[in-house]
Design a protein around this ligand. Structure first.
Ligand code: HSE
Length: 397
């Protein structure tokens, strides 16, 4: 019998305990031994089926030699960081869905895991139930990765879908996402693009091999998005989606950011709806490869955690080298990127043309909505400075 501990009994922690119990036979068949959750670390004891397994004392896990893997689903960087370090120092493998911790401290924790000859795995931290980090670091290992972009937050994609499809109010759609267990404890992280930003950093760290500091990555969410722009875009054959992007620049630098984008409806990314996430990875040998699935929720995220637990136990003594350099040099401002921009201005087509030259008009009714040619973010700013800009959204192009 292989014993593990789970730290935190929120949506993901509960899912991990359920998957281990419900899929016990398949897991045992693959591991050659039964897997059992021995201890669950909680802040407050709760009645229910797992009451006997609960402790509020981390030391019980740290000092229990029978526990070989610890699943951290506490979230944040406070207790989660301290307990992860102590578990690794105690020679236990650690698996997590905690994107904030991986984005901010992943490099250091991977180093520590390496020193202790154990694994630190975090497939569930990006894309929930979608396998994306393993394909990126293993199956696409022979590529130079030039770009990654994706819908990386289930909550905001769910909210956008509900607002567009049924005209739901933002606050009602958010409440629904919370009730379904998609949203973060503080949903500001979802709505303002911070959660997608952390996931973008992890993808960029692994793809480019250098630490991307979340504090350096501009993150814009959907709270300022106007339904009017979404509808104008839709009539013109585009969908508006919140994307995280990490791009290798022509000069060798790298950049990353999160922002809403117009996506042409022919792009499969445009039709990713509800809680689904999708990630496109462009390798110089593979071309575009796309991953799609449920990006949040109890069982999909738990599925990725439990698969990582199994991998820790099967990889002997630890999972092949993954990691990145702590050096963050080479990170550039995303305003360097050239792309098309959507503008809605209070003004006429003449005003738009005076600022940008030739533009593609999407609507004209007192206000003018139009698309520019490909320009840098700096130029988009400079050229629009005399316009009365109501909205400005990047176009994925
Ligand atoms: N709050 C996150 C989301 C959970 O909505 O995608 C999964 O990371």
């Amino acid at each position: 019998m292989i014993q593990i501990a789970v730290m935190g009994l929120g949506t993901v922690g509960t899912g991990v305990v359920k998957v281990v119990a419900e899929n016990a036979r398949q897991i045992e068949h693959k591991l050659g031994e039964a897997l059992q959750v021995k201890t669950i670390l909680v802040r407050r004891f709760k009645d229910g089926p797992y009451r006997q397994l609960m402790t509020d004392d981390f030391q019980k896990i740290e000092e229990d030699d029978a526990i070989r893997v610890v699943v951290e689903t506490i979230g944040g960087v406070g207790a989660a960081y301290e307990y992860t370090k102590r578990a690794l120092l105690a020679g236990k493998h650690v698996v997590t869905a905690n994107k904030q911790l991986v984005a901010e401290r992943g490099c250091e924790l991977l180093e520590l895991a390496k020193k202790k000859n154990v694994s630190y795995l975090f497939e569930a931290s990006v894309g929930g139930g979608i396998p994306v980090l393993h394909p990126l670091t293993q199956c696409m290992a022979a590529n130079r990765i030039d770009e990654i972009y994706g819908i990386l937050n289930g909550t905001t994609n769910y909210i956008l879908t509900r607002m567009v499809r049924t005209g739901a109010f933002f606050s009602d759609a958010l409440r629904e996402a919370q009730a379904k267990g998609y949203a973060e404890a503080d949903p500001t992280a979802d709505v303002e693009g911070i959660d997608a930003g952390r996931k973008t950093c992890i993808l960029a760290d692994l793809a480019f091999g250098h630490q991307v500091d979340p504090a350096a990555v501009p993150m814009e969410g959907i709270s300022k998005l106007s339904l009017r722009d979404v509808k104008i875009a839709q009539r013109a054959g585009y969908r508006v989606k919140l994307l995280g992007r990490a791009v290798r620049l022509p000069g060798g630098g790298r950049t990353a950011y999160v922002a809403p984008h117009l996506i042409a409806e022919e792009n499969p990314m445009a039709n990713v709806e509800d809680v689904f996430n999708a990630v496109m990875i462009r390798g110089n040998a593979t071309g575009d490869v796309m991953f799609y699935g449920r990006g949040a929720g109890e069982l999909p995220t738990a599925s990725a955690c439990v698969a990582d637990v199994m991998e820790c136990l099967q990889a002997s003594p630890r999972r092949e080298e993954i990691g990145w350099s702590a050096e963050s040099d080479g990170f550039e401002n995303p305003l360097e990127l050239h792309t098309r921009y959507y503008f809605r201005i209070e003004g006429s087509l003449t005003d738009a043309a005076m600022a940008f030259g030739q533009v593609e008009v999407l609507s004209e009714d007192g206000e003018t909505a139009f698309l520019t040619d490909r320009i840098s973010g700096e130029d988009a700013r400079a050229q629009s400075r005399f316009l009365n800009v109501l909205s400005c959204i990047r176009v994925l192009a």
